[in-house]
Design a protein around this ligand. Structure first.
Ligand SMILES: NC(=O)N[C@H]1NC(=O)NC1=O
Length: 176
């Protein structure tokens, strides 16, 4: 889909196609629709990023809370999340690795009050495990910002998946 096709969409169609580029936050896309026509993919991305940056801390934490924990059963995930977690190799983990990851995610959520968010497509089971062990010990403000950076990476790849579906993307399957 090119940018002219995007700009020709109705609001409802736009939301249907792009509504989940920030996980379960269609309101962000509903908001940036006010500024269309868009100049290109970078423009859409910048507008989403600016909108997120303009939110208070509670709003940013709200966005993080819309993300599922890694490694949950596929039935409770959006299609996008399932594909991303598969790309990182999270669906191939053995039960020991899964239990460890879930425990670390629970510890993180308990400490910060929002889930651990990382761009799965840019990582492997191994690097996700490493990042979790490191990030669980950080400060809340630091993790709020880091989580939002990861949300933006996820968003960028989801936008490219829609607008440039044939471009190459990284997939990793390394073990924990
Ligand atoms: N918790 C978390 O990081 N979730 C996600 N990461 C990603 O790339 N897709 C997700 O749903």
């Amino acid at each position: 889909m090119d940018i002219n096709a995007v700009n020709a969409l109705t609001y409802e169609e736009f939301l249907e196609i792009f509504g989940n580029v920030v996980e379960k936050c269609p309101i962000i896309l509903a908001a940036i629709w006010s500024n269309h026509p868009f100049r290109g993919i970078a423009d859409i991305e910048a507008q989403i990023s600016d909108f997120i940056d303009s939110l208070p801390e509670s709003g940013k934490e709200g966005i993080l809370r819309c993300h599922p924990d890694l490694s949950l059963p596929a039935v409770s995930l959006t299609r996008d999340s399932v594909d991303e977690q598969r790309a990182a190799g999270l669906v191939c983990m053995d039960s020991g690795e899964r239990t460890l990851l879930l425990e670390l995610c629970a510890r993180y959520r308990q400490r910060f009050g929002f889930p651990f968010v990382i761009c799965a497509r840019a990582n492997s089971v191994e690097s996700i495990g490493r990042a979790l062990r490191e990030r669980v010990n950080r400060e809340r403000a630091q993790e709020r910002e880091r989580g939002i950076e990861e949300v933006k990476k996820i968003c960028s790849l989801r936008l490219r998946q829609i607008l440039q579906p044939h471009a190459e993307r990284s997939t990793n399957t390394t073990k924990l």
